[in-house]
Write a protein that binds this ligand. Structure first.
Ligand code: AP5
Ligand code: ZN
Length: 213
């Protein structure tokens, strides 16, 4: 399957991705995770992306399309993939269609994590992540076994630099202005499934499984 996860910051894309990945053996490409790794490693890409990310604005289409184009060539992504956080503009969606067309492929399903903005601040400000695996926790909704420590590796958890109320406002603005038109783009192709992303994680997982079965 070739799947896209779309939704505002904190809607649960990164939480559901590993579950979908394990069930269907897809490759999971999260542009946010890839960009954060590039920023941490101070690569040329990371240096270019950092300013926009810190402000909660989108990184340029050319940069992210380049990352995805490269990543989709990996053998593990040939049978299927989950794109988490891409495409986020209509231009990115069109470029993705072009990339897939070359191989006679297309997007099968777009999972829309629909949720009210009001719920997101608490989710975002309470999130802690394990940077190298991408696992995320929440102080209230999904606490780690030991406070501040990753369940699997025992390594320390950190908070994302853009996970504060002020930057969240810009991220939400970018979502409504630039990414909601992407949902319309796929709605016209009749491949969007709307999820109730405000529900507890297990309920959202059940909805995802129903859509994909
Ligand atoms: P990115 O990393 O993609 O961030 P985002 O879209 O803002 O999404 P989040 O990761 O914040 O939300 P999520 O839906 O994954 O939430 P999660 O499951 O962790 O992008 C970051 C930046 O990179 C962008 O601002 C931009 O600058 C740049 N960028 C990335 N892609 C780009 C692109 N294509 N084009 C241009 N620029 C790009 O959940 C959040 C919290 O809530 C967690 O603590 C979790 O435990 C908890 N939680 C999850 N589900 C539930 C639930 N059902 N109930 C209760 N709590 C829950
Ligand atoms: Zn995420």
């Amino acid at each position: 399957k070739r799947l896209i996860l779309v939704g505002p910051p904190g809607s649960g894309k990164g939480t559901q991705s590993p579950i979908i990945k394990d069930e269907y053996c897809l490759c999971h490409l999260a542009t946010g995770d890839m960009l954060r790794a590039a920023v941490a490693a101070k690569t040329p890409l990371g240096i270019k992306a950092k300013e926009a990310m810190d402000k909660g604005e989108l990184v340029s289409d050319d940069l992210v399309v380049g990352i995805i184009d490269e990543a989709l060539k990996k053998p593990s992504c040939q049978k299927g993939f989950i794109l988490d956080g891409f495409p986020r503009t209509v231009v990115q969606a069109q470029k993705l269609d072009e990339m897939l067309e070359i191989h006679g492929a297309k997007v099968d399903k777009v999972l829309n994590f629909a949720i009210d903005d009001a719920i997101l601040e608490e989710r975002i400000t309470g999130r802690w992540i394990h940077p190298s695996s991408g696992r995320s926790y929440h102080t209230k909704f999904a606490p780690p076994k030991v406070s501040g420590v990753d369940d699997v590796t025992g390594e320390p958890l950190i908070q994302r630099k853009d996970d504060n109320a002020a930057v969240l406002k810009s991220r939400l603005e970018a979502f409504h202005k630039q990414t909601e038109p992407v949902i319309d783009y796929y709605t016209k192709k009749s491949i969007v499934a709307n999820l109730h992303a405000e529900k507890p994680p297990k309920d959202v997982t059940a909805e995802v499984q129903k859509v994909l079965s």
